[in-house]
Design a protein around this ligand. Structure first.
Ligand SMILES: Cc1cc2ncn([C@H]3O[C@H](COP(=O)(O)O)[C@@H](O)[C@H]3O)c2cc1C
Ligand SMILES: O=C(O)c1cccnc1
Length: 354
């Protein structure tokens, strides 16, 4: 817990005065004021987070964290549990959607085994093994993990970030992999936001109506049996969470503590972001919501934290795919700021006054 507290204490407010100064600079560029809309907001946010008036993204990193979930016993997913490990191999070979989209924006993918059930038979500099356990326990029967494991999973996320930070990170994206993790995320979101389970549970990998109503029942059972304390994110994580969700929460906290912007992917990463926000509300300003997932509970997450997603593409995959796409847009925003000519430089006439 000391490590988590240390990181939280190191999180400072972003520099709002630099955001104002950046708006004046944007207003001198060869375009009508405000005409680049959200790109202008993003550029200001990046400057205020990094305290660098000429930011550049040399090192773009996406952390895709994987773990298994005991609740799959309850048959709440359309896919079998072994897909988690199979997809980790796919990530390491470069064939998954996240690999394609990360390459598209020039980002590196770091895959983290936070608790995949299988002991992975591969070594790669792109794979970090931080196994907290061989999957969580079935939350519909009791706590998914111990308090100590919950704390260790957040700590492992912090460690992963700090190890990579030494090599250089200018912007982070987060992503998830874990069959059953929309069930766990729904329980976290219902618990922290107080929304009804029916409103935050969705079809995940594509379950039918009958399985969806069964999934809702399983989540309710897990909440009834475990009674997570809604304003204690570590208690919520231990009772209904997942190892990758704890790890992702650690990445969010660690990024903020080092003044690095962090792009949040969809619903599962949203649940992790919600936990980080409950631990320390200052992290909100370091977060960028990449997209609005088709998973219905994602809206509740965004509303609760107060984040406005950049994209709305009907994505419902996870892995960090939305984060990768948004990274390209965020990078475009800082290129606008640092590469466009001013009215004066380009001898373009300014707006008629009066
Ligand atoms: C082939 C495949 C690749 C994926 N990549 C991400 N997910 C996504 O789907 C899973 C969550 O949905 P549920 O809770 O319904 O199991 C997670 O692993 C998530 O990352 C995938 C799912 C599958 C099947
Ligand atoms: O929004 C997500 O991250 C998501 C939605 C469905 C399945 N997996 C991930």
């Amino acid at each position: 817990m000391e490590k988590i507290k240390g990181v939280i204490n190191a999180i400072e407010e972003i520099d709002y005065s630099l955001a104002k100064k950046t708006q004046r600079r944007l207003d001198n560029l060869t375009k009508p004021q405000g005409s680049l809309g959200r790109l202008e907001e993003l550029a200001k946010q990046i400057v205020a987070i990094t305290r660098n008036e000429n930011p550049q993204f040399k090192n773009k990193v996406i952390f895709t964290m994987a773990a298994d979930h005991g609740v799959v016993e309850e048959k709440i997913s359309a896919f079998p549990q072994e897909v988690t490990a199979q997809m980790v191999y796919n990530f390491l070979k470069g064939g998954a959607a996240i690999n394609v989209l990360a390459r598209h924006v020039g980002a590196k993918v770091i895959v983290v085994d936070m608790g995949v059930k299988e002991r992975l038979k591969v070594k790669s500099e792109r794979l970090k093994v931080k196994k907290i356990g061989l999957g969580t326990k079935n939350m519909a029967k009791g706590p998914a993990m111990s308090k100590e494991e919950a704390i260790r999973s957040i700590g492992a996320g912090i460690e992963v970030f700090e190890e990579e930070f030494k090599k250089g990170i200018d912007i982070v994206g987060i992503g998830d992999m874990g069959i059953g993790n929309t069930t766990s995320s729904s329980a976290i979101v219902a618990s922290i936001t107080g929304r009804p389970v029916e409103e935050v549970a969705g079809r995940g990998t594509g379950i039918d109506d009958k399985t969806l109503s069964h999934k809702i029942g399983v989540i309710k059972r897990a909440l009834n049996i475990n009674r997570p304390v809604s304003n204690d994110p570590i208690d919520v994580l231990s009772k209904v969470g997942g190892f990758e969700i704890g790890g992702l929460c650690g990445i969010v906290l660690a990024s903020a503590s080092k003044s690095v912007p962090v792009i949040i992917d969809g619903f599962i990463c949203g649940a992790a972001a919600l936990m980080a926000y409950s631990l320390e509300p200052k992290v909100k300003d370091y977060m960028i919501a990449s997209h609005c997932s088709a998973e219905p509970g994602h809206k509740a997450v965004l509303k609760y934290i107060g984040l406005r997603p950049i994209l709305d593409l009907g994505l419902r995959l996870g892995e960090g795919t939305g984060a990768a796409l948004a990274m390209g847009i965020v990078e475009a925003s800082i290129k606008i700021l640092t590469q466009m000519a001013t009215f004066k430089d380009a001898s373009v006439s300014e707006r008629i006054r009066g």
